[in-house]
Design a protein around this ligand. Structure first.
Ligand code: NIG
Ligand code: FE
Length: 420
């Protein structure tokens, strides 16, 4: 049996097995000083007052540091060929994300590079991103396909996720989302309806049969896939037993948030331009509003209205959107900073959004997202005695140790910047 005991810890965690909504995102967060956590065979089996040093050299002295649940990055696109730094330069000079996409760049440019890449190259590149995420406290990451845009290349991307997921040395637990409807590929140019039909008839059944994804997502956006096309695909996916996610109201208001509520999606993501009615629909339905501040920041778009969403009773999650185009960042420190500084979220709300609500956004709130007996032993130790350091250490990593399922996957306690 494997066993890990962390003592002299200050536990800061949301509690529960469902997303926390509205004011619960603050009131549901518990702070327990002088505590210890026991993890056995990957699962938290005891939490109680710290008994201090019991002479077992395998035990870890947190020295009063804060421990929070492992961060859940519930929206990423980490499997892709190539990079797109030239587009970043174009955007700095005034080009828009959609104008680059409309002239054949953007997602389709990464599609070309991904179709040319081998499985080994895609795997190595993705693993490098996961290694980096683990240093920032990410213990679970939702990974989307969406750069293959045909049967074989989409399956290959999902296969890379499955292969990393099956490897016990991978530092981050993965969940897999099929995003074949990320853009209209050149073979279907001018015929988005035909491409949606193809996905429904030829691709989704194969993804299901091979067990390669649990969720299906779509880029519901003006000039990409309409609300009607999104509804058609997502309803078909739901009938096949997939859970649903939507890139909604990212660039313009389309009603993607309302669609997510109508279909009972796990989450509606981005929401920079969600309408008041869309926000109300999310609050009433309990669909998690997944906000991606790094994307708004890098695209110089307005931030999503997190304050209004939480005050309306929504369950808000935060994620990075890590991808080679709109947001080439998986920075958890910067996500915390932007959420608190620009989106007016409190530190408790941001922690809930990055842990339990992120878990709910991928259908995992019953097993991860909080430090509670029975949940998986996914823990982040901060080099700090207060969680205020998460946004205060602005854009800089304050993680001292990351524990995934009771296994230490990153240890930087020797840095001793704050806690000596
Ligand atoms: O979430 N908007 C659609 N998908 C990604 C961007 C993907 C890309 O630019 O490669 C997003 O922003
Ligand atoms: Fe995205």
């Amino acid at each position: 049996m494997s066993r890990l005991r962390i003592y002299n810890a200050t536990i800061v965690t949301p509690e529960g097995r469902n997303a926390l909504k509205g004011s619960e995102m603050t009131t549901g967060v518990k702070r327990v000083p002088d505590a210890e956590i026991v993890i056995e065979d990957g699962v938290i089996t005891a939490i109680g007052p710290s008994r201090g040093n019991l002479g077992d050299s395998a035990d870890i002295d947190a020295k009063g540091r804060v421990v929070v649940p492992g961060f859940v990055d519930s929206h990423t696109h980490p499997v892709f060929g190539g990079w797109r730094p030239e587009e970043f330069g174009w955007r700095l000079r005034g080009d828009s994300y959609m104008s680059i996409m409309n002239r054949g760049g953007g997602i389709v440019s990464t599609m070309r590079a991904t179709r040319e890449a081998t499985e080994e190259v895609l795997r190595a590149k993705t693993l490098a991103l996961l290694d980096r995420a683990a240093t920032m406290g990410v213990t679970t990451m939702e990974a989307k396909s969406g750069y293959g845009l045909d049967l074989d290349s989409e399956l290959l991307q999902l296969q890379v996720i499955a292969s990393l997921s099956a490897d016990p040395s991978t530092p981050v637990t993965l969940t897999s989302t099929f995003l074949g409807a990320h853009a209209v590929p050149p073979e279907w140019a001018g015929n988005p309806d035909g491409y949606i039909d193809y996905i429904i008839s030829d691709v989704l059944p194969r993804v299901k049969e091979k067990g390669l994804a649990e969720s299906v997502d779509i880029f519901c956006e003006e000039g990409v896939f309409s609300v009607e096309q999104s509804r058609r695909l997502l309803k078909a996916a739901r009938e096949m037993g997939f859970t649903l996610k939507i890139h909604a109201d990212e660039i313009v208001t389309t009603g993607g948030a309302e669609l997510a509520a109508e279909l009972g999606a796990l989450s509606a993501d981005h929401l920079l331009h969600a309408s008041d009615a869309g926000i109300d629909a999310l609050a009433r339905s309990g669909v998690v509003a997944t906000l991606l501040p790094l994307t708004a920041f890098t695209l110089r778009e307005p931030f999503a209205r997190a304050r209004q969403m939480i005050d309306s009773g929504c369950a808000v999650a935060l994620a990075t959107d890590l991808n080679p185009g709109s947001c080439c960042s998986g920075s958890i420190p910067l996500t915390f900073a932007l959420a608190c500084i620009y989106m007016n979220m409190s530190i408790e709300e941001a922690i809930t959004a990055m842990t339990l609500n992120g878990a709910a956004a991928i259908g995992r709130a019953d097993t991860i997202g909080s430090i509670e007996v029975g949940k998986r032993g996914d823990i982040v130790m901060l080099d700090a005695d207060t969680p205020d350091f998460l946004p205060y250490f602005t854009g800089m990593n304050i993680v001292a140790m990351t524990v995934n399922g009771g296994r230490v996957v990153y240890d930087n306690r020797a840095a001793k910047i704050v806690i000596k």
